[in-house]
Design a protein around this ligand. Sequence first.
Ligand SMILES: Cc1ncc(COP(=O)(O)O)c(C=O)c1O
Length: 428
Amino acid sequence: MKSMTLAGLGLPFAQKSDPRPATLADLKDLISQYSEIAPATLAENEEFWTGIRAQYNLKPDYANLENGYYNIQPTPVLEAFLRHVKDVNYEGAFYMRTVQFDRKKAIAARLAALGGCTTEELVITRNTTESLDMIIAGYPWKPGDEAIVAEQDYPAMLAMFRQVEKRHGIIVKRVSVPNHPASDADVISVYEQAITPRTRLMMVCHMINNTGQGLPVRKISDMAHSHGVEVMIDAAHTYAHIRHTIPELGGDYYAASLHKWLSAPLGAGILYVKKEHQAKIWPLFAEPDGSAEGIARLNHTGTLPVHTDLAIGDALDYYTTLGAERKEARLRYLQQYWTSKIRDVPGIVVNTPADPTRGCAIANVGIKNIAPGDMATRLLQQYRIYTVAIDYPAANVRGCRITPNVYTLTTELDRLVAALRGMASASA
Ligand SMILES: Cc1ncc(COP(=O)(O)O)c(C=O)c1O
């Protein structure tokens, strides 16, 4: 999925220079003009969201509807990030030896506050892969233990489960979640049926990456716990996208990537581990003797691009200024805006539930008779719309994943709808 290159599609990387970078003050000013309007109503106000769009430096060559990989930084965050790069470089080892760790802790505390958990339960990592793989690899497995995963889980974690299967002699069972569940019970029963007395851990996506389907993780967690099974939640796609607190999801472990919906610089993530489980996980990088306890045991990383940690603070400022509720309402509106226009069109298959409570920004659409890869290529070359092809029959998905962002306008989605209709009728 990550291997499709623009160079391969003949598009050059041209940079547009921004004469006067947008600032957080501009955002505050914009918000103040619309502060009386409720988020659900504001979600449909193109004028306001055109103002948000002006906070980004966007490549004009195509409509970027592949924000599921990562969310580019709005200009105020990007400018702050660049300042942090310069400042850390200016201070050098002095920074690293004096305030580095306190600054990181302070940012982690803000992330924990947003996630509604304690600072003793959350650390900053580089991404969801690192966070979840740390738990999968570090779990105190015994031969014959069982774990449950889904075909719809992210391939990197599935690969790590395969590795621990070989290494520790455990059994990993794969379930498959329906694309269009009729009820929460439909999803919960899929996981419950795979549980045996030997099941120790279950991995559950808060939002499936290929389709954008949101899963009822709290109910799944409660069910799993009633069988004595621990739950690891992959929230790569929901932190700073769908409002929630980490504890209310009921998981024992939770991870997210901050370069996705928080729009932090690339290479930022979080790991949450419930206090009672922290001592039993083997750290990926061993701690020097006695130097750390609690979740800090799992966070001995070596030297990292620490300016990224600092910019997470700016991304948090941006997110809270824009408003979590405004953002979520807009993203859900945009998904519903385009999917509702094509769900009934012959030849078009939407792989994401219609119920707005079972998703938010992301949806997946296929066209009968067109391979997903060809569909993505035609969307880009013929219609100047960038998406990603998902050709993954084992997970019931053949189509393109469409992920708008807060800078996406409905005119771009109208282009997408016209393109889908055109391709479907030409291929009928
Ligand atoms: C559901 C899910 N989990 C995990 C990941 C891995 O995220 P990262 O590459 O930031 O580690 C992704 C990436 O798209 C994802 O969609």
